[in-house]
Design a protein around this ligand. Structure first.
Ligand code: SAM
Length: 339
C-alpha cells in the first residue's frame, strides 16, 4: 500500500448539494488518502497507447481511426468516448430494459417513488440515469465515471462526478439507498475488486439498501465461426492482461464473504439472441454489438493481426453470420442487500 495524495475530481470540489428528501448531502474535502496504486498490464492497451502520438492528442482525448478515446493511460477503456458511443450506450440501455422488462431488478420501486438516493458506478453516457431520473423525479441520481461523457442536458435530479473507482468512492458511509453498476465488472482488475471495490460498494450503501450488478457472461451460446473467433481473441486479450473475463460471478462470490454485512440473492439471468431470427430485439442487440466492435477496431486489428479494411469486412460478415446462425449470450443481475 502506497501513501499518495489523491486530488479530488474538479467536479467534486464544487459539489456541495443537500437534498433533505433523499438525505443526500456532500461537501468536498482535501485530504491524504491511502489508495492502492492500480496495476495494469501494458499489453492490454498497447493498441490505444500506440496511437497516442502528439498529432492525435486532443486536450482530454486521443483521436484514432475517426473515433475519440480518453487520453489517460491509467484508465483502461476499450470503448471510445464520443457521441457515437453515447448513442450506442443509449440504444443498448433500451435493449437491456426490454430484455429485463425494466431498468432494475432490486425491490426498490417504492423507495424510488418516495425519494431515494441512487448511485450509478461507471455510468458512462448516463443512459440508465437519464431513464431512471425521469421516471423517479423524487429521487436523486448520482453518476460516477472516469470518462466524462455524461450528457450536459440531464434531468435536474441527476448529477455527474468524474472519479476513478480505483481511488475509492468519494462518499461517506451509508450514503445511498440503491447502488448499481452495469457492465463494469471487467473494467476493474480482480485484485482491486477483491481488495477494495466490493468493500467500497458495501460501505457507501445504507443499511437495508441494495446493490445491483448487471453484466454479461462472456462465453457465447451457439456462436458462428466469426463470432467465436472474435470472442476468443477478446477473451485471450483480457486473460493476457490479467483480467479474468468470467470474473462476474467471482465478484458476486466475493460479496458472499461478507455475510455479516450483506445478503446475496440468487443471480437472475436472461438469455438473449442476436440477429433477425430473434426479431426486433435481436436486430437491435446485434446492431449494438457490431457498433461496440467497430468502436474497438484498433484493439481488434491489433489482437487479431488484421488490417482495418479486413476488420470492417469481418464485421460485415459477422453481421450476416449472426442473422443466419442466431448466437446468444446471457446477461445476469445480482442483487445484494446490506444488513
Ligand atoms: C462498458 S461501459 C458501461 C457504461 C454504463 N454503465 C452502461 O451500461 O452503459 C464501462 C464503464 O466503466 C467506466 N470505468 C472503467 N473503469 C473505471 C474506473 N476505474 N473508474 C470509474 N469508471 C470506470 C468506463 O469509463 C465506462 O464508462
Amino acid at each position: 500500500m502506497e501513501k499518495i495524495h489523491t486530488d479530488k475530481p474538479a467536479s467534486l470540489k464544487t459539489f456541495n448539494i443537500s437534498d433533505t428528501d433523499s438525505g443526500i448531502s456532500y461537501e468536498s474535502t482535501e485530504d491524504e488518502t491511502e489508495v492502492n496504486t492500480p496495476t495494469y498490464s501494458p499489453s492490454l492497451m498497447d493498441p490505444i497507447e500506440n496511437v497516442m502520438k502528439p498529432e492525435n492528442l486532443l486536450e482530454k482525448f486521443v483521436e484514432a481511426g475517426g473515433r475519440r478515446y480518453l487520453n489517460d493511460n491509467t484508465v483502461k477503456c476499450f470503448l471510445p468516448a464520443d457521441q457515437e458511443e453515447v448513442k450506442r450506450a443509449h440504444d443498448r440501455n433500451c435493449v437491456d430494459k426490454t430484455i429485463w422488462g425494466g431498468n432494475y431488478s432490486a425491490p426498490v420501486s417504492e423507495n424510488l417513488s418516495l425519494g431515494a438516493s441512487v448511485l450509478d458506478v461507471g455510468c458512462g453516457a448516463g443512459a440508465w440515469i437519464m431513464n431512471m431520473a425521469s421516471d423517479y423525479s423524487a429521487s436523486v441520481f448520482v453518476g460516477i465515471d472516469v470518462v466524462p461523457v455524461f450528457p450536459e442536458d440531464h434531468p435536474p435530479n441527476s448529477i455527474f462526478l468524474k472519479c476513478n473507482i480505483m481511488d475509492g468512492l468519494p462518499f461517506p458511509d451509508n450514503t445511498f439507498d440503491f447502488v448499481r453498476q452495469g457492465f463494469v465488472v471487467i473494467s476493474i482488475n480482480w485484485q482491486a475488486w477483491k481488495e477494495k471495490v466490493v468493500k467500497e460498494l458495501i460501505r457507501i450503501t445504507k443499511p437495508g439498501g441494495y446493490i445491483e450488478i448487471m453484466d454479461v457472461y462472456r462465453e457465447p451460446i451457439n456462436p458462428g465461426i466469426i463470432s467465436r473467433k472474435i470472442d476468443t481473441s477478446i477473451l485471450e486479450h483480457l486473460r493476457k492482461a490479467g483480467i479474468n473475463p468470467t470474473s462476474g460471478t467471482d465478484v458476486i462470490e466475493k460479496f458472499n464473504e461478507f455475510k455479516d454485512k450483506v445478503i446475496v440473492a440468487p443471480i437472475e439471468e436472461r438469455t438473449y439472441c442476436f440477429g433477425k431470427k430473434a426479431g426486433g430485439i435481436g436486430e437491435a442487440t446485434l446492431k449494438c454489438v457490431v457498433e461496440a466492435y467497430r468502436g474497438m477496431k484498433i484493439i481488434l486489428t491489433h489482437i487479431m493481426g488484421i488490417t482495418e479494411e479486413e476488420c470492417e469486412q469481418m464485421l460485415i460478415d459477422f453481421e450476416k453470420e449472426c442473422n443466419e446462425v442466431m448466437p446468444c449470450k446471457t446477461r445476469y443481475r445480482a442483487i445484494i442487500q446490506k444488513r
